[in-house]
Design a protein. Structure first.
Length: 476
């Protein structure tokens, strides 16, 4: 009852409201419960090759099921029709199903009609990031000493998940730690005997809007997204009903000052008006820590549907490519440019951001499924690894609580997907295996349900039933 009351209360607090709260915030709708790794069977058939274990399964996208029968359009449509029993789906269902081996579309239902994508728009952001950034690279956070100056400069390049204390080399959130950075700086200063410094930041990389103008301000106020910056603390990320600080860079700077003091170095902050200037050429590096890889950061952004991180990663990609980053629509423009370069069809596309958070956006199922197809057709190995690492239903990320109802529990652990949940529309996009073991790529969108808490739950259940039907059938 407490969980339900909290969820209902959220419906009135912002434009995002039920957007992925249904998926991303455990405890708001359901209490935490132990996760049991399932070994599902589908209609009595052996367990599929794509086992429900966390971590990428790129070989499943490439090889598994290549010899299994390909479903027919008639068989797929029959399965979808049998599952689409909610009357609110009539005329409001968009769907694209592709072969997971060849990427060819097997079934389209209003697949060229653009609808509200919600957070499945992050798959378009993934195209821009994987096209541009090396997924094995890491983001440095560095302290340098300019020649001939007593100042130190903290050079930030995009790590929004810094630990305020010691870093964890096995973590994505908090891999780089400010205590480790402070220890390196103190050790570098020790031979000179310097124990007092002035610190400023270098925020020159990838400048842009702190809050995209197309976002609903209440969504930021209520913690569904935070300021887009090139640095931040993992302990201060936006969470539902716990907003991020207005200036993440100031929070980072103050945390580093505290860590330096613990190492015997007294640091004062230079005025924030000096923080936009780049560090001078020839500055001596005193210490550096590195984030998780870009690939891990992108998978994290998709798994937990992190709006702020998605925007930051696309902005970093745009800056790396030499594209504009300062304007409100620059992230969306960069994504559109990459979709065009990759020949992704975009009928009716209306894109305003990289996260899917802005109202008034529209993406067709065929666009999203073409992105998934690019991952299996050999055109982009980096994108393949990202799609292969989408969260496992019932086990990870925003699909942890999906496919758990009686009508869909038999396929729990087989589909991997990116969720999209807004009051205006819901969607699900990812991969699954048929009962015969053939990989499928799917995109399902619905927008005909009441824009209420109960309506959103019905939409989510309808999506799960359709994907379950695709999973449990041979569809021949």
């Amino acid at each position: 009852m407490v969980a339900s009351t909290a969820a209902v209360a959220l419906l009135g607090v912002g434009g995002y409201a039920t957007a992925d709260v249904l998926d991303v915030a455990p405890g708001i709708l359901t209490v935490e419960r132990p996760v049991v790794v399932p070994t599902p069977t589908v209609s009595g058939t052996p367990a599929p090759v794509l086992l429900p274990t966390p971590g990428p399964s790129a070989t499943a996208l490439r090889d598994a099921g290549a010899d299994a029968p390909v479903p027919t359009a008639r068989g797929l449509l029959a399965a979808v029709d049998a599952a689409a029993t909610d009357r609110a789906l009539a005329g409001h269902l968009g769907l694209s199903v592709r072969d997971g081996v060849t990427g060819q579309e097997l079934l389209g239902v209003r697949s060229a009609q653009a609808r509200v994508p919600a957070s499945t728009a992050k798959l378009l952001a993934a195209v821009a990031v994987t096209d541009t950034l090396h997924l094995g690279s890491r983001i440095p956070t560095t302290v340098v000493a300019p020649p001939g100056s007593t100042d130190l400069v903290l050079v930030v390049r995009g790590d929004m998940l810094l630990s305020p204390t010691t870093g964890d080399p096995d973590a994505v959130e908090g891999r780089a730690g400010l205590a480790d950075l402070a220890a390196q700086v103190a050790a570098a200063l020790r031979p000179s005997g310097r124990t007092t410094v002035r610190l400023r930041l270098d925020l020159s990389f990838a400048p842009g809007p702190r809050i995209p103008a197309t976002w609903v301000r209440n969504d930021v106020r209520d913690g569904f997204a935070g300021p887009v910056a090139m640095t931040g603390l993992t302990t201060q990320q936006a969470r539902p009903l716990r907003p991020a600080p207005a200036s993440p860079e100031t929070t980072v700077a103050r945390a580093l000052v505290t860590r330096l003091a613990e190492k015997g170095v007294e640091a004062t902050l230079a005025p924030a008006t000096t923080w936009r200037a780049p560090a001078p050429a020839g500055a001596e590096e005193l210490g550096s820590v590195e984030s998780a890889t870009y690939g891990e950061l992108l998978e994290h952004a998709l798994a937990v549907s992190d709006n702020t991180l998605a925007e930051s990663l696309v902005r970093q990609a745009a800056a790396t490519a030499g594209a504009p980053t300062r304007g409100t629509g620059d992230n969306a423009a960069f994504i559109r440019s990459r979709l065009a370069a990759d020949a992704i069809p975009v009928p009716g596309l209306v894109l305003k951001d990289a996260s899917g958070l802005s109202p008034g956006q529209a993406v067709a199922p065929v666009t999203l499924s073409a992105v998934l197809a690019r991952a299996v057709q050999g055109d982009s190995e980096p994108l393949r690894s990202v799609v292969a690492g989408l969260p496992v239903s019932g086990l990870e990320g925003t699909v942890r609580g999906r496919f758990t109802e009686k009508a869909t529990a038999d396929v729990l652990g087989v589909p991997r997907a990116k969720t999209g949940t807004l009051r205006q529309g819901s969607s699900l996009a990812g991969t699954t295996l048929t009962a015969d073991g053939r990989p499928l790529l799917f995109v399902v969108q619905v927008d005909g349900f009441a824009q209420t808490y109960d309506g959103t739950l019905r939409a989510r259940a309808a999506l799960d039933r359709i994907v379950a039907a695709l999973t449990r059938c041979g569809c021949r």
